[in-house]
Every structure is written in C-alpha cells, then in structure tokens.
Ligand binder design. Structure first.
Ligand SMILES: [Zn+2]
Ligand SMILES: [Zn+2]
Length: 141
C-alpha cells in the first residue's frame, strides 16, 4: 500500500498493518491532527519505507520519547515513532490505497470531545488497551 501527504511531496510504502485500525481520541492526537480523533495502526519498521520526500519530514516530540512526523511543507501528520520500539504508528488517513479492513475501536475515550457521536459498533476504551498505539504523557510546560 502507498500513502502520501497533502502536497504529495512525501510518499511512503507499507507492506502490511501489524494491528487493527483504531481511532485515538487523546488530547495530543486531537491537537496534532486538528480533528476529533486520529486514526492509526501499528506497522513493523521493516514493513515501512519512505519512497519520496524524506528530506521534507520534520518531527515534534509530543511526549517524552514519542515523535510525531509530519511534512514540513503541508503539515500532514504521517507516522509516530516511539523510542526503542520496533513498530511505528501509521496515520491511516494518509493512505492512498484501501487497507481492506475497518476501524475496530476508539481509545482514550476519557479525552473524547462532547460534540462527536461515535458509531456504536466500535469498541470503546477509556485509555489505551494496546500500549504501543498511543501512549500519552503530556510534556510539562
Ligand atoms: Zn506535504
Ligand atoms: Zn492519541
């Protein structure tokens, strides 16, 4: 599968997803993506390649050891890396191809905005039931 950023400067390729697709409603995802939730899935580092525009990438350490990568030209969030992990979290909404599965759950519902109604078929988790998908520790300011 291929994916890209809004300006199409950055292009990547993924062999397969290593987890189910989840919506994360945590505060940091909400702010980073300017959306009620971010849709993510884990991918093994060995199954992910930048095809084009790696030099356009920049990252922001949103929690200690957690780096959100985005295109410095158009601002699209593309992946998240956690220090010491052999998986990254793909921003599924940047895929150009169909991952052929639907999102199964919402994590961090304890942070969910009050103005969005979720599909009742989704499993809801108050925090994060899969430690690698969105570990949240706010960076103190
Ligand atoms: Zn871009
Ligand atoms: Zn999150």
């Amino acid at each position: 599968m291929r994916g890209s950023c809004l300006c199409a400067g950055v292009v990547y390729e993924v062999d397969e997803l290593a987890s189910e697709i989840k919506h994360c409603a945590c505060t940091t995802c909400r702010k980073a993506h300017a959306a009620a939730f971010n849709t993510g899935a884990a991918v093994a580092l060995s199954q992910f390649r930048w095809i084009q525009g790696e030099d356009l990438l920049t990252c922001y350490e949103s929690s200690p050891g957690i780096y959100r990568y985005f295109c410095s030209h158009c601002g699209s969030q593309l992946i998240k890396k956690v220090e010491g992990k052999d998986q990254l979290i793909l921003r599924v909404a940047t895929l150009d191809d169909d991952p052929k599965q639907v999102a199964q759950s919402v994590i961090w519902t304890s942070h969910a905005v009050p103005w969005l109604a979720y599909d009742s078929s989704l499993k809801m988790f108050e925090k994060n039931q899969a430690a690698s998908l969105c570990e949240l520790t706010l960076v103190p300011r």
